[in-house]
Write a protein that binds this ligand. Structure first.
Ligand SMILES: *Cc1c(COP(=O)(O)O)cnc(C)c1O
Length: 354
């Protein structure tokens, strides 16, 4: 039977989301606010009206209209996806033939590589600077030498939290003959976007997600690009990829922009106080805190693995990578004030035990 399996998948492992019994979950960049609770009545009402016996609207007309209003993009330039993960896969499927190249940064979001390889691409990684900033001119040279079909860049970057200035993003787009995907998964926490530029360039695609603003369970993502690229990408989109429940709840919540904005403000307030507390802890034993345009904070500490295990024993789950440039790094999602206090007390105890 093994002879029927794809040889290029022999080293692959099924994606395992970390399962643990921790009471404080700060490992997946989710929101600590359950947005559905805030609109519970209305959500129940829209679910009641769904015709479960009928297929969902393939293009999500209503949801695109609401998201267009929310994001400032024209609804005819938006495609919906089953999470932005699926849209990454769809982009690869649209542009990549077996043997074509794609380029991603290192470190950056891991799914670019996974979907790239799954679609037969040769995946090339370009290293960020030691401090996780991007040397844009050198990167442009790299891309122009390799001539990939697609370049993926998350802005802000997951897992570093770092940003690339808009002028540099536009320079990249104009300087290369590749599709450039700017993944704005953390847009709501950063505030800057290139969404208003999609009609000015023929090679720009933007990705957004509902997952980081309190809707991870829905599995909903958005792709925004110019009409020519969108038409090409529609050839590949599975017709009924986003189910009716997700479409209805998504439309309801994005219509309540004020609820989303209030929640983001709350998360950003918690982030500021977490950053201040981490900074004062870092003066006791030297660890590095990277600047972040997101809802998480990356720290670098020599005893990263020990700290990660220690926190887990204390009931706090954070993200540890344990290899490459991220060997000594831990990514901490901003939690609510109680969760952050428990985290800080645990780090404090860990440092005290040193
Ligand atoms: C979380 C994340 C995604 C995935 O979003 P889903 O919509 O949940 O699939 C995509 N890109 C980046 C950079 C992310 O951090």
């Amino acid at each position: 039977m093994n002879s029927l399996f794809r040889k290029d998948l022999s080293d692959f492992k099924p994606y395992e989301a970390e399962v643990n019994n921790c009471q404080v979950i700060l490992n997946a960049n989710e929101s600590f606010i359950n947005i559905e609770k805030q609109l519970e009545e209305e959500i129940i009402n829209v679910i009641k009206d769904i015709k479960i016996n009928r297929y969902p609207d393939p293009t999500g007309e209503k949801l695109r209209k609401v998201y267009g209003y929310y994001s400032g993009a024209d609804k005819e330039k938006i495609m919906i996806g089953n999470g932005s993960d699926e849209l990454i896969s769809i982009v690869c499927n649209t542009f990549v033939n077996s043997g074509d190249k794609i380029v991603k940064l290192n470190p950056d979001f891991s799914m670019y590589k996974i979907y790239g390889v799954l679609h037969g691409a040769e995946v090339l990684e370009y290293d960020l600077n030691e401090d996780f900033t991007l040397d844009i001119d050198d990167f442009i040279n790299f891309v122009n030498n390799e001539k990939p079909k697609v370049v993926f860049v998350s802005v802000p970057n997951n897992p570093t939290g770092g940003i690339v200035k808009k002028a540099d993003i536009l320079k990249l787009i104009t300087s290369v003959n590749s599709i450039v995907v700017i993944d704005e998964a953390y847009f709501e926490f950063y505030g800057n976007t290139v969404i208003d530029e999609i009609d000015n360039y023929d090679n720009l695609i933007i990705l957004r997600t509902a997952s980081k603003i309190g809707l991870a369970a829905l599995r909903l993502g958005f792709l925004i690009t110019n009409s020519a690229l969108l038409m090409e990408i529609y050839k590949v989109k599975p017709p009924y990829n986003v189910n009716s429940i997700t479409q209805e709840i998504g439309a309801l919540i994005y219509e309540n922009k004020q609820v989303i904005e209030d929640n983001i403000s709350r998360i950003l307030r918690e982030k500021s106080s977490l950053q201040i507390s981490l900074l004062s802890l870092s003066e006791r034993i030297n660890f590095k805190i990277y600047p972040s345009g997101t809802n998480f904070i990356l720290i670098e500490i020599e005893e990263a693995e020990e700290l990660y295990e220690y926190l887990k024993d204390e009931g706090v789950s954070v993200r540890f990578f344990g290899k490459g440039r991220l060997e000594n790094c831990i990514r901490i999602t901003v939690g609510n004030s109680d969760e952050n206090r428990i985290l800080l007390e645990a780090i404090n105890k860990f440092l005290g035990d040193k």
